[in-house]
Write a protein that binds this ligand. Structure first.
Ligand code: SAM
Length: 226
């Protein structure tokens, strides 16, 4: 049974697109999408032996070897132009890692029209990368499962200027401001306040001063949304 987190990612995959799921682990997401008849062809990429073997095994057990090809390799290196990949999913990692995978493989994105990304933390890194590389946020959602809060960001090609506030919390998420959104940022603000209090006890230096200003800036940006 697929997690709500991955079901949410799956819900953004358009019908009949060719999918590359990078960091696929057990390949649960592509398997689910083929069973749902959303897609008929996917590539599952993995860079670690254990998860790569789990993916191979899962695809075999589900009898999906003709639809899902499991490939071993780093990030987008597993895809080529001849694959005609239209959609890439990258889920269950930190935002900076997802952004670095996209950055390293950006020459592979010429014909890709949709990126569905699910950062566990620091989604900001993805929004910064998107703005820099000419992708715009089409959809954003936030969900809670097993006491963890996850964000999902859907990118399409296009330009999208974002304010400092939008980069941090998400332009769509801050419009909708669900209870889960408020919960996530209340927890963050508490943590920043804790760090702020600690920094205030350290003898002054420009570095500490800078960190304090950065925290104060983030706190004021976020507090007005709670
Ligand atoms: N995507 C699945 C999910 O959301 O449930 C699995 C998430 S798992 C926490 C992250 C996976 O990404 C691991 O299996 C790891 O080996 C893989 N991974 C990390 N960096 C990668 C990279 N540069 N290229 C391919 N896979 C990567």
């Amino acid at each position: 049974n697929l997690s709500d987190r991955l079901k949410t990612v799956a819900s953004y995959v358009e019908k009949n697109t060719i999918l590359a799921d990078i960091g696929s682990d057990h390949a649960y997401l592509p398997c689910y999408l083929v069973h749902q008849s959303t897609i008929t062809k996917a590539i599952a990429g993995e860079v670690v032996k254990g998860p790569y073997e789990s993916a191979l095994k899962q695809v075999k057990n589900e009898g999906l070897e003709n639809q899902i090809e499991v490939r071993f390799g780093d990030g987008l290196q597993v895809i080529n132009e001849e694959d005609h990949v239209g959609t890439i999913t990258i889920a269950g990692m930190g935002g900076p890692l997802i952004a670095s995978i996209l950055e390293a493989g950006k020459h592979k994105l010429t014909n890709v029209h949709t990126l569905i990304l699910q950062p566990n933390i620091h989604a900001k890194a993805i929004r910064e990368w998107a703005v820099k590389e000419g992708w715009k946020i089409e959809e954003e959602t936030i969900l809670e499962e097993h006491s963890k809060i996850y964000e999902v960001i859907v990118l399409k090609k296009g330009s999208m200027p974002l304010t400092e506030q939008e980069l941090l919390v998400g332009p769509i998420l801050m419009q909708v401001r669900t209870n889960i959104f408020k919960k996530k940022w209340s927890v963050e603000v508490k943590e920043w306040e804790r760090i702020w209090t600690q920094l205030k006890t350290i003898p002054n230096s420009t570095e500490v001063e800078h960190k304090i200003m950065e925290l104060e800036n983030k706190m004021s940006i976020v507090k007005e949304l709670l």
